[in-house]
Design a protein around this ligand. Sequence first.
Ligand SMILES: Cc1ncc(COP(=O)(O)O)c(C=O)c1O
Length: 367
Amino acid sequence: MDATRRGLLISGAALAPGVALAAAETSVDPTAPPAIRAHLGVTENPFGPSPAARKAAAKALEETPYYAWALEPPLVKLIAQRDGLQPDQVGLCNGSLEALSLLSTAFAKAGPVVSAQPSYATPLLYAERQGAKLEWVQLTADQQIDLPALAERARATKAGVVYVCNPNNPTGLLLDANALRAFCVEVSRTCPVIVDEAYIEISPDPARNSMMDLVRAGHDVIVARTFSKVYGMAGLRVGFIAARVDRVRTLKSLIPTHKGRPGLAAAAVCYGDETYLAGAKAYLEGCREKIYAICRANGLAYLPSHGTYVFVDCGKPNLQFQKTLASLGVEVRVFDSPRHPTWIRVGTASPPELDYFASVLPKALKV
Ligand SMILES: Cc1ncc(COP(=O)(O)O)c(C=O)c1O
């Protein structure tokens, strides 16, 4: 772990009741030995877990000699209650990537996995390594997921599953809720539709934008959620799906291992904590605004984002630009997408990391 990240954790632990301060007081160590001084390639939330979650995770360490079976039903019940589901419609996982990967692989036995490109490809590439066939559908000219084209491709290829990430990663764009709802109802008649809502909590109206109501209504829609992003708990590995009972059963049959006690304990005390979420959202919005300002100051186009990242057109071949930035101590992500050869994704890292990015970007753009 590098000095910046370690500093975050240490200040976070010391300032448990004032998490906002923990993030604000982090500073980039100019003498830090690792080459990368600004980790903008990631989509985590440096604001970190809520004070209650930190406390619960720390307390759970006392019980770590023992497996955490007993912590699962209360968390499932809590999620089910908050989201208007039956407990057997909720399946816990070790981060949503686990569920997304295992379910995509399983459904791909019946037909290809259909997804927009670019999108969060990690679980789909996992499925491909297990033998799945992937079908990519390009975004529309305005960078949005092309729902009619996705539905058409699903029909034409007799898809085994369709994956939709909303808001999309890396664009950060949110789909029109009613258009997505109609799409899910139609396509889920022939195959399951996975809606990855990893960042939905930072969207303007999460309840309206979420497809959870379709799960409640019994459609074959699998909503994937995580505690890794807005809840600031990526290192604790907790996620869940909300889905039809048979789909939850399938997931349970596929997961080969147990869940961690600190993560389950932390999730149980922060799920739906509106006070904490308001603070986390404000922090992330501040980071996004900072990225927008950096882009504007350097004449770069970007997409207004609902995620923990901003998709930026750097105007140069992105792989080369990524290397140039890395040589200056900044890590960003590029995506495999034929229509985005000049785009990079900039993560909402801590403000000092973003300041560092701002300080070297003009130099990088001159190369
Ligand atoms: C869109 C999306 N879904 C899911 C995940 C997986 O998150 P986790 O496995 O930590 O829950 C990520 C992580 O980057 C993501 O960006």
